[in-house]
Write a protein of this length. Structure first.
Length: 236
């Protein structure tokens, strides 16, 4: 098939997918149509309560409409949500006065990515980078598969991800690390360490949601590599 025809076919397929997706129920409430953004207007208005602590920011708690949106993206294939969520992350990054030179994602292990069919953090990072007008690069590699962090304590999470990541060389780069959920900060801290060892001059973290269900997720328990003490989101 000639390249122009393949491009036309791909564009038509994407347009059809977007149109059909807009007619689906909102994954956060199920009561209204999702619309082109992937969430209904009401849920978009209610979803985000941005916060910033030190070198990390997030759009809101891993609960309510935002939590349901993240779970839909992560587990139910609602990849259309990544564009809007990435744009919202980019807005908060800009409002904070952060000026990253490159965006990267916390990577899934290849085996988990094959099972899921996509990497939700990479989709979020791509959307964030596009809105900021900076490159998105797959800088990090997960050296080994790690057990799910969901039921682990902070100490166990730190052990679980210790040495799990390596980074491509990034001399002098100001890196924005993107992920879907922040709990204790153990994974972000391990990624940050790998990026700094690879030459990054600064690593900041932007995630969609922060889990507030576990006492281990409190600011005092967060690893010092991802400091969360500070003021609410705003310009630095």
């Amino acid at each position: 098939m000639p390249a122009p025809l393949r491009a036309l076919r791909a564009g038509a397929s994407a347009a059809l997918s977007t149109t059909l997706g807009a007619l689906l129920p909102c994954p956060a409430c199920g009561a209204r149509r999702a619309g082109r953004m992937g969430l209904c207007t009401r849920c978009r208005r209610r979803a985000c309560r941005p916060q910033r602590r030190g070198e990390a920011l997030w759009l809101g708690p891993y609960a309510g409409p935002l939590g349901r949106a993240v779970r839909a993206l992560k587990y139910r294939g609602a990849t259309r949500l990544a564009g809007w969520l990435g744009e919202r992350l980019a807005r908060e990054v800009a409002d904070a006065g952060w000026r990253p030179s490159v965006v990267c994602a916390v990577p899934l292990h290849p085996s988990r990515r094959r099972r899921r069919g996509y990497d939700q953090a990479w989709l979020l990072a791509s959307g964030t980078a596009a809105a900021l007008g900076v490159p998105c690069r797959p800088l990090l590699e997960r050296r080994r598969a790690t057990p799910s962090q969901a039921s682990l304590s902070r100490a166990a999470r730190l052990r679980n991800v210790a040495g799990a990541f390596r980074s491509d060389p990034v001399p002098g780069a100001r890196v924005l690390l993107v992920d879907d959920v922040l709990t204790t900060g153990a994974t972000a801290a391990a990624c940050r360490e790998a990026l700094l060892e690879a030459g990054a001059s600064l690593v900041r973290v932007a995630v969609v949601a922060r889990s507030e269900r576990s006492p281990a997720a409190s600011p005092a328990a967060t690893p010092p590599h991802v400091p969360l003490r500070g003021r609410p989101a705003g310009r630095s």
